[in-house]
Design a binder for this molecule. Structure first.
Ligand SMILES: [Zn+2]
Length: 216
């Protein structure tokens, strides 16, 4: 049994390790908004439990067991987000904080029934893949709208920025998961883009284009 704090560390290390093979104490401290000294204490604990490999000054990697646990937490988080949006009608910008709490309910039976109840969804409301009970999931190749060229099209399938402000902006513009978009103009001056979405044209900034992901 791991504590809530331990689970949050494993999850943070997993997410950080998607970008960097070895995760540093400072990166973890920044991700969890805590001091490097407290991170060091926790890393020692997790290493004693054989959930991470930790050599001072060399960074951290998850052990196979640590990764398995991290994926179960992520599975619970994303299933709860799906449930909150699909069954309780919360908006996609409202569910992350609630899922941060719900993800720590560890009953495997509860999570499996939740999964079955919703007919085994593959992606959460933000387009991120939901691992199955064995921790397997399909990585889908998503690319930012910013890397599409003129006249290229794609289907909105995820976001890089999960902040409520960004999600609310997308909602307002009707740029939501599943919508088909096509690039009809790229403004050379600032690299902003004009998208065709159904019958309307939407002008988006370079920042938005970088944080909105499509499948092509
Ligand atoms: Zn979330």
């Amino acid at each position: 049994m791991n504590t809530l704090a331990e689970e949050n560390y494993l999850k943070a290390i997993y997410h950080l390790s998607l970008n960097d093979l070895n995760v540093s104490t400072n990166q973890i401290a920044a991700a969890l908004c805590t001091k490097a000294a407290s991170v060091t204490d926790m890393l020692k604990k997790l290493a004693d439990k054989e959930l991470i490999n930790y050599e001072r000054y060399q960074g951290v990697t998850l052990t196979a067991v640590g990764e398995k646990i991290a994926l179960q937490i992520i599975r619970r988080h994303r299933l709860w987000e799906y449930f909150l949006v699909e069954k309780l009608n919360f908006k996609w910008d409202e569910v992350h904080e609630m899922a941060e709490e719900l993800e720590h309910i560890s009953s495997v039976e509860l999570v499996d029934r939740l999964d079955k109840f919703m007919d085994y969804p593959k992606h959460d409301p933000h387009g991120d893949p939901i691992p199955d009970r064995d921790g397997n999931f399909k990585k889908h190749e998503l690319i930012p709208v910013a890397s599409l060229k003129l006249n290229e099209a794609g289907i909105i399938s995820g976001v890089r920025d999960h902040s409520p402000g960004f999600l609310q902006y997308l909602d307002k513009q009707q740029l939501i998961i599943g919508k088909k978009i096509k690039i009809t103009d790229i403004i050379a001056y600032d690299n902003s883009m004009i998208l065709q979405v159904e019958t309307i044209a939407i002008h988006i900034s370079r920042d938005v284009a970088k944080n909105l992901l499509v499948a092509i």
